[in-house]
Structure formats: C-alpha cells, structure tokens
Write a protein that binds this ligand. Structure first.
Ligand SMILES: Nc1ncnc2c1ncn2[C@@H]1O[C@H](COP(=O)(O)OP(=O)(O)OP(=O)(O)O)[C@@H](O)[C@H]1O
Ligand SMILES: [Mg+2]
Length: 457
C-alpha cells in the first residue's frame, strides 16, 4: 500500500455494529483514520464537519438506503470516493449503484485482501481525479480535456460555453471518433448541473426490448419478473444531464416515446400511466446525417426538430490543421507517462505523414496509433518507417493525374500487401494473380523504387 494513502480518512457506514467494528479494526491497522456511523443521517452529519476521502457504506439499511448516501456524496462532496457493500450480490443492486456513481463494489463476504485492494483502487481514483483537475486548470487550451487551437475548434469551444449557459437540448453531430461524448461531458460539467449526474446512454447498445424500461424505469408488476419498481436512467439523471449517444439507432417506436419526454418533460414508467415530471437536460449525438434519415422516413422529423434546438458539429480531424500535431504530442506525452518512458520526438517527415493522412477514425484513431507507437517503439525519435504502413502508402498518393499505370499498380499492390501484414498468398488471391506473378511484379517494383530511405516518405 502506498505510504501516501496511510493518513487518508475513511468513513464506515453500516447498521450492523459487528461489521463496522471489523472494518474499523482492519482499516485502522493499515494506518487509515477511520470514522464510523450506523445510519445515513449520522454519516452525512460527519461529512459536514470532517473531510472524508472515502466512504464505505452498506447498501441495505433500515430507513434510508446506502444509495441515498452515495447520491449525497456525489452531489456535494467532489473530493470523496465511495465503496458500496452489499449483503447479497444482486445484479439489480449493482446496476442501481453504478448508475448512482459507485465505481467500487464489495460483495459480502469479502476477504481483508479484497477490502484493502478496493480501498487502494478507490483512493488511487481519487488521486487521479484531483491531479486531472489541477492539470485541467493549468492548461489554457484544453477546456474540459478538449485540445484544439484550430479555427473550427475555437468555434466549437464557443458553442460549448454558450450551450452550457442554458438547459436547451443540444444535437451533437460528427464523424465517429471526433469527440462527441467528450463534448457532451464538457457541456454538462461546465453547466449549472455539473454536480448532478451525467448519464450517457448508448442507444444502439441496449436491446430494443430493454431500452424503454432502462430509460424510464418500471413499476412493480409491469411484466413477469418486475417484482418491485425500479427507477430508469431518466430518474437517475434528475437534476442532471442525459446523453443519448447515437440517437439515430433508436426505433421509430422509441422515438415517439422520447418525443413525449422532450415535449412535456413527463416520464411514464413502464406499466404505469401516471406521468412523472423530471428535470433532465438532454444532449444527443449522431454520426449519421439525421436530415437524410428524416427524408427517408427512418427518423421522425418532429423529434429531429426537438433535438436540434442547439446544434454543434464537430469537424473531422483532417480539417483541423495543426491540431493534429498538437494531439500527436499530447497523446505521446500521455502514453509515455503511463508507460514510464521518455516522451519520443517525431521527425518532420513523420509529422508530415501524420498530418497528411486522412484519419477516417478521427481523434480516436490518432489516439490508438500514438498509443501503439509509444508501446512498440524503443527509440527516442519516431520516423516514417515506424508509422503504420497503410498511412505511409496513403501519403505516397499524389493528387495529380500524371502517374503511369505501372505506378498506380505498384501502389495498389503495396497497399493490399500492407493491409494483410505482408501475407503474399492472401494478397495474390485478392489481386487475382498467382503468387509467382506477384513475386515478379514485386521485384520489378523494388528495382524501380529502390529501397526506402530510413526517414523518407
Ligand atoms: N479534441 C480532443 N482532445 C483530446 N482528446 C480528444 C479530443 N477529441 C476526442 N478525444 C479523445 O478521443 C477519443 C474519442 O472521443 P469520443 O469518444 O468523445 O468520440 P465520439 O465522437 O463519441 O466517438 P464514437 O463515434 O466512436 O463514439 C476519446 O478518448 C477522447 O477523449
Ligand atoms: Mg461516442
């Protein structure tokens, strides 16, 4: 256990005195300062007067549940982490807890080791959060971790601060990997709702049959198996923000239900016809062209208009000019620090290849490429041959129409080979020629091009 964790303060909350005692003894023996409470109200009182780094709370307690304590901590105590203990590992309990913001979870019975490592992880998370927060305040060009100095990104940052000052619905569009989720978080965390929950929902990832009850919750007896009422994401996000990611993936049927929420802010739990008011800000994202889907009858026009109150479009990375270089260095620094390596430099030619590449997967693709480079490369300067081959070959492409058929053929053959990691048998099959012909063509290409210079494009 890290020495810096020793003086951290932990509040243990459980209605069973025996459990409290055991936890207190174990944690004190590890050097933590331990406070105890037997009910949620008592725990909240302690947090008012004593700075607490970590709360370890039981889920099931008479009167007020541990989840309410979690909610209180999340909303009011930014510098406190939570671990939830549950007597019986129920999936539903876990889902509820995670939605409320619990990241660590201990199912009874647990060993001392399990307890200590959960405490370690939670305190480590707290430390990272505090470091990130300080770093964010120190770096002027990374509002909410968003990097960019290009003209189109400065416009996006302006749009974020405008959107954050209202509670209007925002439609975020952009190709995949452009930072739509990051943008949604930026709006939430710079809005007045920042202390309440941000609840992202991957609309394409939840099966159609489950989406409605996940979103709106259900009442007891709504269907077989609904033995008690359960809140949905909309209730969890009350006071906060819901992010409907990839909204175009919802069915037309679901779109009608979302429209109702957007119009009246009324939520109907599955199995109930009593509307309940919720105070939720809605952000939605799409990487598809919604007006196009509306035209083809795949997306409801009225819902589109309701979502599109404020519209923010994230430009593709290839249109962000020097931001590419900025991001390359940012991710190189980030991943090197993670790996305890010195941050590599990039040769001018390597940077040119990276800037000229068309980045179909945008920032996410760039992040992955740099991650791999940092992991795989041992030298302190990354040069063109270190870059993924597809990227090098696409940089070879000339925009003019002056190349001979032989040159075009050579480039195509190399691209196919590169995409197959040099597997000649597979390449020959794709090219529709036999291996022998491929070998002959390759030796001709090699003689005409010569071997590449160590750092030439
Ligand atoms: N401008 C930026 N500065 C720093 N990191 C960024 C930036 N934009 C995106 N990222 C990072 O790139 C990755 C992809 O971003 P995000 O998930 O927000 O994109 P997305 O548009 O939602 O992608 P997808 O369409 O694949 O869901 C994340 O790791 C995010 O932190
Ligand atoms: Mg996304």
């Amino acid at each position: 256990m890290a020495a810096t964790n020793k003086k951290k303060s932990i509040l243990v909350v459980d209605d069973v005195p025996n459990t409290v005692e055991v936890l207190q003894r174990n944690l004190t023996s590890q050097g933590y300062t331990v406070y105890t409470a037997f009910a949620v109200a008592e725990a909240i009182d302690i947090t008012k007067t004593t700075p607490i780094d970590l709360v370890i709370t039981d889920l099931k307690m008479p009167r007020v549940s541990g989840l309410d304590l979690v909610r209180h901590v999340r909303e009011n105590l930014k510098d406190t982490e939570v671990i939830m203990i549950t007597g019986y590992p129920s999936v539903q309990g876990a889902v509820e807890a995670v939605k409320t913001g619990v990241e660590e979870y201990l199912a009874k019975p647990f060993t001392d080791e399990e307890l200590f490592s959960a405490v370690d992880r939670a305190l480590e998370k707290l430390r990272t959060r505090q470091i990130n927060h300080t770093a964010m305040l120190q770096t002027p060009h990374t509002p909410y971790g968003f990097l960019g100095e290009s003209e189109p990104m400065l416009k996006v940052f302006k749009a974020i601060s405008k959107a954050a000052s209202t509670s209007a619905t925002v439609l975020i569009s952009g190709e995949s990997g452009t930072g739509k989720e990051l943008l949604a978080r930026a709006i939430h965390y710079s809005s007045r709702r920042s202390s309440a929950s941000f609840v992202p929902i991957n609309c394409g990832g939840i099966p159609e049959g489950l989406l409605e009850s996940e979103l709106f919750g259900y009442v007891k007896g709504a269907f077989t198996g609904a033995i008690e009422s359960r809140a949905g994401f909309f209730q969890t996000a009350d006071g906060g923000t819901i992010f409907l990611d990839e909204i175009s993936e919802t069915s037309l049927n679901m779109q009608v239900k979302l429209l109702r929420v957007l119009q009246d802010r009324d939520v109907y739990m599955v199995g109930s016809n009593r509307p309940r008011k919720v105070d939720v800000r809605i952000l939605a994202s799409t990487n598809k062209n919604l007006p196009g889907l509306v035209k083809n009858g795949l997306f409801r026009e009225d819902l589109y208009f309701r979502l599109n109150v404020i519209s923010i479009e994230l430009p593709p990375l290839r249109q962000r000019g020097d931001d590419i270089v900025l991001l390359v260095h940012h991710f190189a620094r980030k991943f090197s620090e993670e790996q305890n390596k010195t941050t590599p430099r990039f040769s001018d030619n390597a940077l040119k290849v990276l800037t000229d590449y068309h980045w179909p997967g945008n920032v996410r693709e760039l992040e992955n490429v740099i991650h791999r480079l940092v992991v795989m490369t041992e030298c302190d300067c990354i040069k063109v041959p270190d870059l993924p081959s597809l990227m090098r070959f696409s940089a070879l492409r000339e925009p003019d129409l002056t190349r001979t058929l032989a040159q075009v053929e050579a480039e195509y053959i190399r691209n196919v080979l590169a995409s197959l990691d040099g597997n000649k048998t597979k390449a020959a099959r794709i090219l529709g020629i036999d291996r022998k012909t491929l070998r002959e063509k390759l030796s001709k290409i090699d003689t005409s091009l010569g071997s590449p210079e160590p750092d030439s494009i």
